[in-house]
Ligand binder design. Structure first.
Ligand code: FAD
Length: 411
């Protein structure tokens, strides 16, 4: 029986294993050191105190399919010429086919001062400690609320702004809004890359009096003085100007904050960057339609660590897994790869307040591609804010994730 070895028991790893086992006739192993598996999409809601953090967490043992051979170790080195990987423990494991799904590495060292500042006092991130985000929002008494993101790729590109919309709603309900200036400083030049979604979000931004500063490249956090420092890109411009305290240091512009939420810089994990599978940027070099590694046909890359020019989300993985599984099964049976390719589908549930959401679904060309199944929920236009979309995010998707997607059931 052919042996398929999967690196990482996160969203991509577990979904791939479950679907492979449903097809049968293969031995599946997963290398995964962690005790817990997290449903990270709900961390946005945890940061806004509308979802219980404990419900985002399950033991790895409980999500690992029973037929999987779970290797509780870190993958460290690859020898793809001999189809062998080496673990941190020194153990060596061979495989016939390899699926890489090790996720993304959060690297706070890429922004000076961030390691010292993050998750302390008024600096928070839903990416690292969503419970602290809620502490910061709850205790905020007014001033400048700064929301920002780094220049590196990040998972769920919409998450840095989702929490801002929820925070604004919270500040309004608690009366803090009248004493607050909300600033969103982003490296990008648009609020979102999909046109109908960007149109709605700009309306939300106007309604909420948010000052957006485009072309702001985050380089330093001064946690003591509460200043975020930026280099200005050529495309820097503003929308809805608000006067907030700023400083200059040479070419750098500093924005003073009374609370700061940010997405930390993110990269491919080191053992991937240093592997023969990495491209120049360190990500797993794969063909964008098949996710087959460009040099080694018996290796596939999936999820956040793969060099796929689309948004890094669990929703994207949901569409990547069936393509990889089909192709793996064909290779196992010595057949040609399928002509059915992954089209870059990804999705971002942009919550715009408590009880409101817009659902961005798109492909490699940033075309808006709403799922026809939304009509069954009486949602005719998911580029517009909708209460039912919020229900989808808060109640339906977590259940589908734990009960169906991780079990290899198509949804
Ligand atoms: C705040 C936030 C909000 C988000 N919102 C959404 C959303 O609304 N919708 C959405 O679809 N997605 C969202 N995401 C993104 C989504 O969670 C990720 O895209 C998805 O989990 C990526 O899956 P993955 O398998 O690539 O990595 P992960 O799920 O992160 O899993 C990687 C696994 O690899 C393991 N691993 C790491 N190193 C090694 C090693 N050396 N050896 C073996 N195993 C290793 C890790 O322990 C981990 O279990 C959000 C993420 C965050 C943080």
């Amino acid at each position: 029986m052919k042996h398929i070895l999967i690196i990482g028991g996160g969203t991509g790893g577990i979904m791939t294993a479950s679907q492979l086992l449903k097809r049968g006739g293969v031995k599946v192993s997963i290398v995964e050191p962690a005790e817990y598996h997290y449903y990270q999409p709900a961390w946005t809601l945890v940061g806004a105190n509308t979802f219980d953090y404990e419900k985002t967490k399950r033991t790895m043992a409980s999500v690992m399919p029973s037929e999987v051979n779970w290797i509780k170790d870190y993958a460290e080195k690859f020898d793809p010429e001999n189809n062998v990987i080496e673990m941190k423990s020194g153990a060596k494991i061979d495989y016939d086919f390899l699926v890489l799904s090790p996720g993304i590495k959060i690297d706070t060292s890429l922004v000076e001062g961030l390691t010292e500042a993050i998750d302390k006092g008024v600096v928070c991130s839903n990416y690292t400690d969503p419970k602290h985000t809620w502490e910061v929002l709850k205790n905020f008494k007014g001033g400048t609320a700064l929301f920002t993101q780094p220049t590196t790729p990040i998972k769920c590109g919409g998450a840095p702004q989702k929490i801002m919309y929820l925070a604004e709603d919270h500040f309004r309900k608690t009366g803090v809004k009248s004493k607050t200036n909300i600033v969103f400083a982003t490296n990008g030049g648009v609020i979102f890359g999909v046109k109908p979604i960007a149109k709605t979000l700009m309306e939300v931004i106007d309604r909420k009096d948010i000052n957006i500063r485009f072309g702001h490249l985050l380089v330093r956090i001064d946690g003591e003085k509460q200043i975020a420092w930026y280099k200005m890109a050529d495309n820097n411009k503003e929308h809805n100007h608000i006067d907030v305290v700023t400083s200059k240091d040479g070419d750098l512009v500093g924005i003073h904050y009374d609370m700061l939420h940010l997405a930390p810089p993110q990269t491919a994990p080191d053992f991937i960057k240093n592997s023969p599978f990495a491209n120049e940027g360190g990500w797993i070099d794969v063909h964008t339609g098949t996710m087959q590694q460009t040099k080694y046909p018996n290796v596939f890359g999936i999820g956040d660590a793969a060099a796929l020019p689309t948004a890094k989300t669990g929703a994207a993985i949901r569409k990547q897994v069936p393509v990889i599984v089909e192709n793996l099964m064909r290779l196992v049976n010595s057949e040609e790869l399928s002509s059915k390719e992954y089209n870059g589908y990804s999705s971002c549930p942009l919550v715009t307040g408590y009880g409101k959401m817009v659902l961005a679904e798109f492909d490699y060309d940033s075309n808006f591609t709403p799922d026809p199944k939304l009509k069954r929920m009486l949602i005719s236009d998911s580029s517009k804010e909708h209460r039912r979309l919020w229900w989808l995010k808060k109640y339906i998707l977590p259940r589908l994730y734990w009960n169906k997607m991780l079990k290899g059931i198509d949804v």
